[in-house]
Design a protein around this ligand. Structure first.
Ligand code: NAP
Length: 338
């Protein structure tokens, strides 16, 4: 598979990564630890070198699966994980809300290093901005962890654009990880991609398949016990209206001899040379399909057709329930110097 530089500061990673969350968290269909390990190893054998996890996925469980899976080839892959939720470092209890206080960040990193079984976290993101902690304090803490060799690169997930710029001034940001796909294009207009262009920051679209919706594989109902059941965009009426996105992707996929999932990913890859999507799956055949997107070339005419088609579709429903919506795009408080 081709590789890409994730912005000016790297790292160099496979053009399509693997989002590991769904292996053990979030979706109704989860894998056993052994099957999760096998899937991640199969991805590596097929050229994937970029794996995404987080402390909160479980909590802890997902990092353990990723850590075990990559042990035989640790030096050949880039592991990204995230801190930022208020998780008890001893018990793994998610106490609710955010916690990016420096002492908590340091504890979270120790836990991630241990669970992943690595000496350095290749890419460490703040998962969500903490409304109580100046981003300068967070970036300064990560800068110290980098100096100690515990972390290589710093990233942010769903920051407000000023917070991104302020963090970057303290510790250069390697990558932003935000939701981005044909049915959620806010990064194009909210200043985030503009800041990435300007500052040489890589961009990692999460939920690049619209949490599965854009593939066309979902009926108009999500399975019970699945987090999508709480998302406005996945209510039956909304799914029916949003089907127009799937129809568009199916049409272009038919013209290209590809699948809708591949066109959705190839469309993201075409947006910027530093964009690296991380689709998640629990199934090897879908993993192979998603990796195949790196070989789907969308021409200027294809991209224009997608843009034109999408310009007539208004997505129905928010991408998260209100409590989760309140956590995205937030600005951190100003640092008041004593
Ligand atoms: N930073 C953040 O706040 C944040 C938030 C969410 C996710 N993430 C990261 O981003 C990764 C991916 O995001 P995501 O899981 O939310 O969404 P996604 O990758 O857009 O979609 C995953 C869903 O699509 C299905 N799927 C995958 N490939 C498919 C294919 N070719 N055909 C049909 N269905 C397919 C999967 O089901 P099967 O398993 O059945 O294939 C799963 O239900 C996560 O694993 C996580 O690492 C980060």
């Amino acid at each position: 598979m081709q590789t890409r530089e994730l912005g000016l500061r790297g790292p160099n990673v496979s053009a399509v990564g693997l989002g590991c969350m769904g292996i053990s968290f979030g979706y109704a269909d989860k894998l056993s630890k052994d099957d999760g390990v096998a899937l991640i190893r199969a991805a590596f054998e097929r050229g994937v070198t970029f794996f995404d996890t987080a402390e909160v996925y479980g909590p802890f469980e997902n990092e353990l699966v990723v850590g075990e899976a990559i042990r035989p080839f640790r030096d050949k892959v880039v592991i990204a994980t995230k801190f930022g939720f208020d998780i008890d470092p001893a018990t793994g209890e998610n106490r609710g809300g955010m916690n990016s206080r420096p002492e908590h960040v340091r504890q979270a990193v120790e836990g991630s290093l241990r669970r992943l079984g690595v000496e350095t976290i290749d890419l460490l993101y703040q998962h969500r901005v903490d409304p109580n902690v100046p981003i300068e304090d967070v970036a300064g803490t990560v800068r110290d962890l980098i100096a100690q060799g515990k972390v290589k690169h710093f990233g942010l997930s769903e920051p407000g654009v000023q917070t991104l710029r302020r963090a970057h001034a303290v510790q250069p940001i390697a990558a932003v990880q935000n939701e981005y796909s044909l049915w959620w294009r806010a990064p194009e207009t909210n200043g985030i991609l503009e800041a990435c262009d300007e500052l040489g920051i890589g961009f990692v679209p999460y939920s690049p398949l619209g949490k599965g919706f854009l593939t066309g594989a979902l009926s108009n109902k999500v399975p019970e016990g699945d987090f999508r059941a709480s998302i406005p965009r996945f209510q039956p009426g909304a799914m029916k209206k949003n089907q127009a996105f799937v129809d568009l992707l199916k049409r272009v996929a038919g013209e290209k001899g590809a699948t809708p999932a591949q066109v959705a990913l190839a469309w993201l890859l075409a947006q910027r040379p530093y964009v690296v999507p991380i689709p998640g799956t629990t199934k090897l055949r879908r993993l192979e399909e998603n990796i195949g997107a790196a070989s789907v070339e969308l021409t200027a005419a294809d991209l224009a057709e997608i843009d034109e088609g999408a310009s007539h579709i208004v997505p129905e429903g928010d991408r998260y329930a209100p409590a989760q919506m309140a956590m995205v795009g937030r600005e951190a408080p100003e640092k008041i110097n004593a």
